[in-house]
Design a protein around this ligand. Sequence first.
Ligand code: DC
Length: 223
Amino acid sequence: MPENVPVLTIDGPSGAGKGTVSRIVAGRLGWHYLDSGALYRAVGVAASWANLDVSDAAALVRCTFDTRVRFADDSGKGLRVLVNEVDATEELRLETTGAVASAIAAFPEVRSALKERQRAFRQPPGLVADGRDMGTVIFPDARFKVFLTASAEERADRRYKQLKDKGVSVTIDGLLREILARDARDAQRTVAPLRPADDAVLIDTTGLDIEQVVERVLAIVAP
Ligand code: DC
C-alpha cells in the first residue's frame, strides 16, 4: 500500500539547497527521489516549445496532461530529464525556465493536473520528495517533513557560484532580484503557497555546508 511507504518531504524556497540535499539523502537512505520542480519546469519547457501563451490556463492544462516526463539514469551522464523523450536536462535548469515554471505553477488547474503524477512516486522502500508543497499538499501524511531556508543573499551567492562554474555569465545583484521576485510569487499565490507545514522541522542552512545539512536531515529520519 503506497500509504504505508515512508515519505520525507523537503520543501523550501529556490536556492536553499533542497535539490542537492534531497538527492544525497535519498541515495543514503536507498529511497526514491521526486524532484517536483522538474515536473513544473518540464511543463514550462513543453509550453515554450509549443509557443503557448503562459497566461492561457486551458492550454497549459492540456499541455500538462500531454507532456511526458521521464527521469533516466542510463546515459552515464548522471540523471537526465526527458521531456516527450527529448533530453531537456540543460534547458530545464535555465533561470528563464524556472521563471516560466513559477508562473505556470500559480494555476490551480496545472497543480491539480500534476498531483497524482507526483503521488505515484511513492514506492517502497521510501520516497524523498523535494518541492514547495510536498509536506502541505501532496504528502500531508508524510512521516518526516523538513523545511529548508537560507537568507536570500546566501542563496544568490550559491547560485552565482554554480552558474560561474558552468561558465554562465550573471551578476549577484541580478540573481538576488530574481530570487526575491520568485520567492514573492511562490509565497503569494493563492493555491499551495510556499510555507512550512505545521509539523515540519525548520532548518536554516545559512552558513552550513551540504554535509552538515544532510546530517541534520538524516538525524530526523533515523535519530
Ligand atoms: O524547485 P525548482 O526551482 O526547480 O521549481 C521551479 C518552480 O516550480 C518554482 O519557482 C515553483 C514551482 N514549483 C511549485 O510550485 N511547486 C513545487 N512542488 C515545485 C516547484
